[in-house]
Structures are given as structure tokens and as C-alpha cells.
Write a protein that binds this ligand. Structure first.
Ligand code: ADP
Ligand code: MG
Length: 202
């Protein structure tokens, strides 16, 4: 049985992990599950979860910018997004594909920008609102190429980049509350079972 009372506290849910780890797949599955239970659910993403944020996302995807410039764009996107998220949380579950934790994992650990600054800037951009629960989809870096057609993602960034990002997520799981690292190597429905087990326990 779904325990409305306890899970109601966990309304802002984030999916994290390296590229192709299964974030979008599992976010959609949890969204469908909660909708089935009769809840209002809003599925969103970073970057690009708002109208203005879509323009930022396009720029991020299409223009090759230095790491620091990209960082400030991710932060700007989040300032807009978190405002929308806060409003939605009054009435709905909000499930977000990525969150401030991505900036910490990618920009600080992956790209090597100053961790203390990135962490503070990320919290600042989010108005100190962190997800109530975070599922970090964990796959081996070598799995990325089996899952996505755009092989250049791993080729351009390199395996060691994603290994550093994975270290970032370990740091996040250690330093923040309710961050769960999920084995994402198994079939999607098995992965979702693990997520539900945690969901039903909290
Ligand atoms: N558990 C899984 N096992 C195998 N393939 C998966 C699994 N989860 C997702 N995929 C596939 O891998 C690709 C990337 O998944 P996606 O959910 O889009 O990852 P992300 O959002 O983390 O980049 C998609 O083609 C998806 O169908
Ligand atoms: Mg995705």
C-alpha cells in the first residue's frame, strides 16, 4: 500500500546520473506510478524546464562555450526553474530530470572547477532548495556507448570525465540527505523495482 502520509513529505524528487544512465526512463516510470496512485505529478528537467530556460538549453547544446561560461548558464537556468518548482510543489509532486547536483558532479568533479564555489553557487541558484529525495542512476562508464547512438558524447568528453562525474555523485550521496545510488545496469523494470522499494520505505 502506498503510504500517503510519509511519502507526502518527499515531494521534490530528482533523478541524477551520467549520460544514458536511465534518468529520463525512470523519471517517467515514477511519474506514471504516482499518477496511477491518483497524485498530481509534474515531470520537469534541467536545463530547459522553463520557457526562458529552453533558450538557455539550446545555447548550451549548440554553442561550444568554455566551462565557466556554461556553469553560469546552468545556474541561470536553475534560478528560473526553482521558482517554477517551488510553485508546483504546493500542489504536485515534482519529478525533475537533473537538479543542482548535476552542476556539482559535472562542473566541479567532471570539469575540475572549484568545488566549494560550485557547491555554494549551486545552492544559491536553487535558493537552498534541494530535492527531498534523489535517485542517482549508476552505470559503468563503458555502458554509455551501448545505449546511445551519439557515440561522440563519450568520445568527446572521454571515459575519465564520466568516471570523475561518478565520483561527484558519490560525494553528493555522502554529503546530502536522502540521496540513493541505484544500480542502473539491470533492465529498466528491475531498476524501477529498486526505486519503489526505497520509495515505500521512506
Ligand atoms: N535499464 C536500462 N537498460 C538498458 N537500456 C536502458 C535502460 N534504461 C534506459 N535505457 C535506454 O538507454 C538510453 C538512455 O536512457 P535515458 O533514460 O534516456 O537516459 P538518461 O536520461 O539518463 O540520459 C535509452 O535509449 C533508453 O531506452
Ligand atoms: Mg535523459
Amino acid at each position: 500500500m502506498h503510504r500517503k502520509k510519509t511519502t507526502d513529505y518527499f515531494k521534490y524528487i530528482a533523478f541524477e546520473g551520467i549520460d544514458a544512465a536511465g534518468k529520463s526512463t525512470q523519471a517517467k516510470m515514477l511519474s506514471n506510478f504516482l499518477k496511477n496512485e491518483g497524485y498530481d505529478v509534474f515531470l520537469t528537467k534541467e536545463p530547459g524546464g522553463t520557457k526562458e530556460g529552453k533558450a538557455i538549453r539550446n545555447l548550451l547544446l549548440n554553442v561550444d562555450l568554455p566551462s565557466k561560461a556554461r556553469t553560469f548558464m546552468f545556474l541561470a537556468d536553475r534560478v528560473l526553474h526553482i521558482e517554477k518548482v517551488s510553485k508546483l510543489l504546493k500542489t504536485s509532486y515534482v519529478i525533475s530530470d537533473r537538479s543542482l547536483f548535476s552542476t556539482i558532479a559535472y562542473q566541479a568533479f567532471g570539469e575540475g572547477l572549484d568545488l566549494d564555489f560550485i557547491e555554494r553557487a549551486s545552492l544559491f541558484s536553487a535558493n537552498n532548495i534541494v530535492p527531498d529525495i534523489t535517485f542517482v542512476m549508476d552505470i559503468d562508464t563503458s555502458t554509455i556507448k551501448n545505449r546511445i547512438e551519439k557515440m561522440d558524447v563519450i568520445e568527446s568528453k572521454g571515459k575519465s570525465f564520466f568516471d570523475r562525474v561518478k565520483k561527484g555523485y558519490e560525494y553528493i550521496a555522502k554529503h546530502y540527505k536522502n540521496v540513493y545510488i541505484i544500480d542502473g545496469e539491470r533492465p529498466a523494470d528491475r531498476v524501477f523495482e529498486d526505486i519503489l522499494k526505497i520509495w515505500n520505505k521512506i
